[in-house]
Write a protein that binds this ligand. Structure first.
Ligand SMILES: Cc1cc2nc3c(=O)[nH]c(=O)nc-3n(C[C@H](O)[C@H](O)[C@H](O)COP(=O)(O)OP(=O)(O)OC[C@H]3O[C@@H](n4cnc5c(N)ncnc54)[C@H](O)[C@@H]3O)c2cc1C
Length: 439
């Protein structure tokens, strides 16, 4: 067996793990990848054991705004590709950069723990078809995804129908012949509601708070491709984008959607205009928050009630790192507090990748995060002053890269960043670390 003590253990071969593997290879940093599934692609492979994908899912950001810069999607790939096309894209990416050979597949990392203080190495335990194994590694990189551990609310009362979380939703035929209530109107909830409208006998959508709805197309172009070249201050961007939304989406409140009690971009927008279309056709009824459930009857907080055969909770996911002690990740509230969402303040042998969300960050934003980490490790190995500077910066204390945005206080917003602020900070470090490497 090869000596692993100089290697990093990289957990996950989703888009983030693959980006990390690619830049580690480019920087000549030794690592061993571990992937629970038999193939790459993370949650975009619907057959993956941790995948929360569903048959009808497509990207909600457009392909050119989401792809890796140095690995564009093919011209004949749809503007908003399906998960099937994306699975192929990630397989091609892994082949193009020779990443398959870097991974042990069908292998679950079950435990990682430091052997001493920072720099003393880590014990990594994993399980595969041959049983349990362990080895010592130089460090650990966690890219196990953020959308696999369901956040399932406890509804007051007893429901006598079928209750599932969106992570258990795969195919629209699960709705056949059912009166469906979707709870939660985030991107998945709205996507899935459209399936339920077409396949169930009825569909209602229970919402606790209002959302801003963004259409996929504006002036015939993917909405996220507009306005990219001109960087506007947030107050002006809100005015301009708010005006465009009012032209294209109108006023969702006229269909019963609650009015958001926060400003545009203070929460993740919902990229879906079909729910508005169907609400306008009377095929989707908007309901208030659930008060209690009694048999098949759901009572809502506005006094209304209705009967359902199925409740689908599209209530999101929790960050989940079951293989590492909580204390080691510097949790603050609902998320680990890490420099630029990736780097431990005091350790240079522990990184969390992909624990970052922003409107339109795409896989290139994640690739940049990986490149910053790899260049930092390389810089430390070469004793580059820029790496020393980064080390001191992260040890001195820091705030999340929110760009001064006052995000709504929700668990899923605990690791949200402002895309422009975040990418600037990360690419500034990449520039400094690259310049240091050449000096
Ligand atoms: C329906 C849907 C639509 C989306 N649309 C978009 C979009 O339009 N644009 C966008 O940018 N993002 C979108 N996302 C977000 C998505 O999370 C990211 O695109 C991306 O998949 C995140 O990659 P990742 O590698 O961090 O995580 P994942 O894709 O979740 O990959 C994590 C990998 O780690 C493996 N793993 C986990 N635990 C272990 C372990 N203990 N040992 C070994 N391996 C392990 C898993 O098997 C998995 O392969 C969407 C997500 C969903 C669910």
């Amino acid at each position: 067996m090869t000596d692993t003590r100089d290697q990093f253990a990289l957990i996950g071969a989703g888009p983030m793990g693959l980006a990390m593997a690619k830049v580690l290879k480019e920087q000549g940093i030794a690592f061993q990848g571990f992937e629970l599934h038999s193939d790459v692609g993370g949650l975009w492979d619907i057959d993956g054991p941790k995948s929360t994908m569903y048959d009808t899912a497509h990207l909600i950001s457009s392909k050119r705004m989401t792809e890796f810069d140095d690995f564009p999607m093919k011209d004949d790939t749809a503007e908003y590709p399906s998960h099937r096309e994306l699975k192929g894209y990630f397989k091609d990416f892994a082949k193009a950069f020779d990443l398959y050979e870097q991974y042990r597949f069908n292998t679950e990392v079950t435990r990682v723990q430091p052997l001493g203080g920072p720099g003393d190495g880590w014990q990594v335990c994993w399980r595969d078809a041959d049983g349990d194994h362990e080895a010592e590694f130089a460090g650990v990189m966690i890219a196990n995804g953020t959308l696999s551990e369901p956040n399932m609310p406890a509804f007051p009362g007893q429901f006598d129908g079928e209750l599932i979380h969106s992570s258990q939703y795969r195919s629209p035929n699960q709705f056949d012949g059912k009166r469906v209530l979707i709870v939660g109107a985030g991107n998945s909830g709205c996507d899935i509601a459209v399936d339920a409208i077409h396949h169930g006998t009825s569909c209602d959508l229970s919402m606790r708070r209002g959302y801003y709805f963004v259409p996929k197309y504006v002036f015939g172009k993917p909405a996220d491709t507009l306005g990219g070249a001109i960087k506007l201050p947030m107050w002006l961007k809100r005015k301009v984008d708010g005006l465009i939304l009012s032209w294209f989406v109108g006023n969702p409140q006229k269909y019963g959607f609650p009015k958001p009690d926060y400003a545009l971009y203070e929460s993740h927008p919902v990229v879906n205009s079909l729910v508005l279309y169907h609400a306008g056709h009377g095929d989707l009824k908007i309901r208030a928050d659930i008060e209690r459930i009694d048999g098949k009857t759901v009572h809502f907080k506005d006094g209304a009630h209705s009967d359902y055969d199925m409740i689908l909770a599209a209530t999101g996911y929790k960050l989940h790192y079951p293989f590492i002690d909580r204390d080691l990740l510097n949790w603050q509230g609902d998320a680990p507090h890490l420099y630029l969402n990736a780097m431990h303040p005091d350790r240079d042998d522990l990184f969390v990748l992909g624990m970052v969300e922003a409107s339109g960050l795409g896989w290139q934003g994640r690739h940049e995060q990986a490149e910053m980490v790899a260049r930092y490790i390389k810089g430390l190995q070469n004793e580059a002053p820029s790496a020393k500077e980064l080390q001191q910066t992260k040890a001195a204390g820091f705030h999340r890269a929110t760009g001064g945005m006052n995000y709504v206080k929700l668990a899923r917003m605990a690791y949200y960043v402002d895309k422009a602020t975040y990418r600037k900070a990360v690419t500034d470090w990449i520039r400094k670390l690259s310049a240091g490497a050449k000096a």
